[in-house]
Design a protein around this ligand. Sequence first.
Ligand code: PEP
Ligand code: MG
Length: 586
Amino acid sequence: MEMEVIQGLGVSSGVAVGKAICLETRNDEVYRFPLPEDLIEEEIERFRRAAERAREEVHSLGQRVGAELGEELGAIFEAHALLLRDPQLLDRIEARIREEHVNAEWAVLETTTELRQQFARFQMERFRERGEDIQDVGRHLIRSIQGLSHHELSEIEGDVVVIADDLTPSDAVRLGRQGVVGFAIEVGGQTSHTAIIAHSLKIPLVTGLPGITRLAAHEDPVVVDGDSGRVILHPTDTALDEYREERESARLREEELAATGGLESVTRDGVEIRIMANIDLSEELDDALRYGARGIGLYRSEFLYIEKSPELPSEEDHYRLYRSILERMSPEPVILRTYDLGGRKLAREVMETREGKPVLVLRGIRQTLARPRIYREQLRGIFRAGCHGDLRVMLPLVSTLEEVRRFRAFAETVKDELDEEGIEYCRDFDLGIMIEVPSAALIADHLAREVDFFSIGTNDLIQYSLAADRNNEHVTDLYQPLHPGLLRMIQGVIEAADQAEIPVTVCGEMAGDPVGAAVLIGLGIRALSVSPRRIPVLKSRVRTLDLARLEEPVRRCLDLASQSEVEELLEEILEHAPETTQQTAS
Ligand code: PEP
Ligand code: MG
């Protein structure tokens, strides 16, 4: 086979070399097998057993989701369980197996796709939704027939590169922990949570590769180069050798960088810039300590939920994990962000609800207030763990003042409960909020009087300000961290925080980009929180800066009209030409 080089978007750095496994997460993996007459009854039996299993699974999932996330969501699964009992659907599938002599998975896929298309032609929303339900049920059935609720990788020997149409953050965690060495996926933006997770797990990821699942076949040799954004199918021996060498030198570079852990993060003119760590997965704590993080500036607690899915983490799970983080980081502070669930951050089963625009949904603090039950367990765990270190609590996706007030009232009820039960916990902790929605940035002066600190989440602030979905590779060009509109907003937040005398940190990916960080520091930011792997490079950047020379030109950027004008100006003033202005998780 000829070597083929496909250019995509590198969003998690490094080089991976391995054998491909192709997953189509939207359609599952369904192949058509012709069946001889004497195997037909056996196939129908297999289908019936799978349908029974799917019914039980969906029913219990519905009960759990209903109890934990509210009845409307639970009802979706109950409707699916009913469909899985519907003889009209089941008989059609069986008839297809019999008449067309095909395997059960294929019969399910064909039948449910056909029905969905028929329902889609109706004007009434109710019918169209029925068609979507049928398709969801088809997916459950197919997974159940295949005897897998998730794809198994164990049968492939050696290093595995996953090639997929799409990958949720929870897929990335699961597959990454199974030892996958690289990801190449059709869709996904630069600061998507999948990209962030791949980076946390040190797994190269290239996105923006339409049709790659059709081009590659199982077990094809493949290279994923997360730095250049290239994917190489059927690499020649020479290309393979080159990439292996590149991988080795990257490993050595990383080791060298680790040695900077003890260096101070101060500018040339002696201003200290505090560098903290963003933690998604517990395995990143070691790197945070190794690279000398001055605390955890963002602990994305939702990944505990995603890791545990389909189980819900218990109060004890929260308590134990947070306590160990606080103890390991002590005496440095740890900012625990309450679950930022919703949109693409919910586990797969809940994501399969029909939320049209995944970024404008019941996410973050909105979920907390709407479905307090799962958050109560989390808060109890957080408050109890607070006795073991410098705990700070942060709320995600705040867009109104009332959300903060309602959260405080909710937290009081949790404390009352702990008091009544005589359980020891931390009464006084700083409460801060993420500034990542434009409405919050614009009322930062009011919010600053209600909370103890701010942390600017540029990943979301950029997507909501520029109306450019961070998960969508088609709007990459519009996802502009240096847009003067965004810089003005950040400056307003810094001023509001200064006036109220509360600290302000930046914890979005922009903070870890050498150019982005310089601009933020020039605007007055003195604390940045970044992925642990970025700390060494960021420290080196800080040590090249001279605030006396930086602040005035950065202020001038606020009066410019476009990102490209800002880039031009920065190129002149930064000692080294900007390495990148594209925010990537790489
Ligand atoms: C952000 O939005 O910048 C942020 C840090 O939060 P997350 O990436 O988890 O949405
Ligand atoms: Mg965010």
